[in-house]
Design a binder for this molecule. Sequence first.
Ligand code: SF4
Ligand code: SF4
Length: 301
Amino acid sequence: MYEIRFHGRGGQGAVMAAQALAEAAVLEGYFAQAFPYFGAERRGAPVRAFARIDKEKIRVKSQVYEPDILVVLDESLLEIDPVGEGLKPSGKAVINTTKMPEEIDLGVEVECGTVDATGIALESIKAPIVNTAILGALARVFDVISLESILNAIMNRFGEKLGHQSGVMNAEAARIAYLRTKIGRCSARRQLAKTKVWLPAWYEIPPGNALPQHAIEGVLIGPGSMVQNYTGTWRTQTPHYTKDKCIRCLRCWFSCPEGCIERMEDDYERWDYRYCKGCGICAQVCPVNAIEMIRGVHEWQ
Ligand code: SF4
Ligand code: SF4
């Protein structure tokens, strides 16, 4: 049996990628399953999806903890998540990055294919939705499923859902990625941290009370609450605020899903970047373009 684990962010299409891979496997006569694990289930949040492929019927239903193939749709996840955790030493990895395989430190040294899936997606489908490009790279690294079956699965799945032309463009993204994937070996310099469990053990709860010291409006619920959940680590682009353009309409403050825009006393704004996940909603609602989304992780005063 082959087990595949996809790591992406909400909106990048990791779930569709797992489903399309499973469909490609079925087209080749395999049994297959695909399912997601959403976690926070918000745009930009880390998302996992899983696929299994076997010649026999698949009865196991758990998540994939020791994958044969690891697929990373967003390179920034390497900094915040031990994505290489459990990857078999005989396994393989596919990473969306502009770097060479040897420059990637996954914590496990395995065969690795790297591809600039974001660049290819912007070129081919005019949107940073990288799932189909990464599938093309996967076909290069994981030679059990052919590129042809992947392209047929993309045409079926994306064509049916988004129209024939969209299917063609997505298949083209996969084809280009297949050709541009660089194969090598990634390194294992970093120590893979154990993923922290979400709920605290009883001995981690502060004596006498589960609430943190500074409860605000009754919404903090103790260790593991939103205060400890730094959604700013999800960010791949950062809002840049130009105070001189701001007309203080407060639309951004009202619309931010993370509540990380703070109103100063004069109704100008300030960003708490520990919690800004870079979704770009504030920039979209600003009527005077006082907020610009800049690619990358930054902090401005
Ligand atoms: S500040 Fe803007 S980009 Fe950051 S989380 Fe809020 S709405 Fe999204
Ligand atoms: S939406 Fe734009 S103009 Fe309105 S308060 Fe925010 S930054 Fe200022």
